[in-house]
Design a protein. Sequence first.
Length: 303
Amino acid sequence: MAYTTLISASELQDLLRAKAPLMIFDCSFDLMKPEAGEQLYREAHIPGAVYANLDTDLSAKHGAPGKGGVVIAQKEAGAPASGGRHPLPSRETFAAWLSSVGFANDMQAVVYDRNGANYCGRLWWMLKWAGHEAVAVLDGGLAAWQAAGGALGSGEEPTHFRTNFVPGPPLATLVDTRQVAERLDNPAQTVVDARAAPRYRGEVEPLDPIAGHIPGALNRPFAENLGPDGKFKPAAQLRAEFEALLAGRDPATVVHQCGSGVSAVPNLLAMQIAGLGTTALYAGSWSEWSNTPGLPTRQGPNP
């Protein structure tokens, strides 16, 4: 049985005992201190886990600097699949990385972090986008693994033999700035912004040159999907909360965004857990929108 949304620590332990074909990825990261995630991984991780770095493995190479030196555009020979501060690599580039770490099409992927599923959600979504169904987020992350008595490793892990991961038809929907702009004020699109409320309202902006949000966007900070134990809320509760947010709008119209397309994914995953279907991701998000000349922005709450 493939796990496609969440997997519990005990279920992962069962897979490991059964020696099922799987690969575990540690995606821990810190936007303000990019080297910290890998340092934490080296100190403690699930045995056998591969480290996936948001900046170097799960994003295309960065280019032009934005506010405070933060890069917001990408310029490399292989065209990226999105813009923004964390541009998506092409599916082919991503497949080459998966092959380099030994991940194969017949494997179950399990992704986790120490950050409330913020960064591991990126890899979960990217694998879906690459056509790989069998990928699940470890519910509760490394803390849940430890609470369940899971062992920890440290330092380097042995390298894996190179494989040949072949992308399949995308199982995730990616939209770009043009598509979002063309559907502003159109009931066929409902933008959901996953950033914290002060950033959404434009009261603070630590990363991007312009504060505010995409006009008409609803706000659902991604951390609201988790309970006090750090695990995703029950499906029925998530469904009720998203239905209240959408207030009658069709869930199929939802496009998720955030600052750079990373923390939007927990909202997308939560809607899938809630049985509200597969929704779209605007990976460029506010970092691309706010750096695109001529696009409208808004501060404060929606009217």
